[in-house]
Design a binder for this molecule. Structure first.
Ligand code: 9YT
Length: 129
């Protein structure tokens, strides 16, 4: 059994901080679960264009407010605590956190992240192997 607390990850290699987001990688590839789980902060006012060509991702908002735009349809959906979205078609999208509030998201990736990924220029993460 693997038991951790967010505090065990803060400040380690699995705490990945970028300009727009801070992803705390709680469960990743080494755990052998077939998926990874992150506790991610989207920083206030951040606007992130992403397209996970190599991964499926489900995201559950537990704090803050923002929106997501599906770039295939142009449709924008509000996000608030309790909103979940699943990028079941590797959907290219823009994620925005409202100004003045961060969003805190629980992110599940299949296949699992190794723990260190940052986005490439297309908004994707490379496959681990
Ligand atoms: C929600 C989202 O896609 N944020 C970007 C960071 C990524 N999800 C991660 O590695 O936690």
């Amino acid at each position: 059994m693997i038991v951790k607390h967010l505090e065990d990850v803060l400040g380690t290699d699995a705490d990945v901080d970028t300009e727009g987001w801070n992803s705390r990688r709680l469960i990743y590839k080494d755990a052998g679960m077939g998926y990874s789980v992150n506790d991610t902060i989207i920083k206030p006012g951040a606007e992130l264009t992403m397209e996970y060509r190599n991964h499926l991702e489900t995201v559950y908002c537990i704090e803050g407010e923002g929106e997501i735009t599906d770039l295939a349809t142009g449709q924008t959906h509000a996000i608030r605590p309790g909103t979940i979205y699943a990028l079941n078609r590797h959907d290219r999208h823009i994620l925005r956190a409202n100004r003045g509030t961060h969003m805190r998201m629980v992110c599940v990736f299949n296949p699992p992240l190794t723990g260190r990924e940052v986005h490439d220029e297309t908004g994707a993460y490379a496959l681990a192997d």
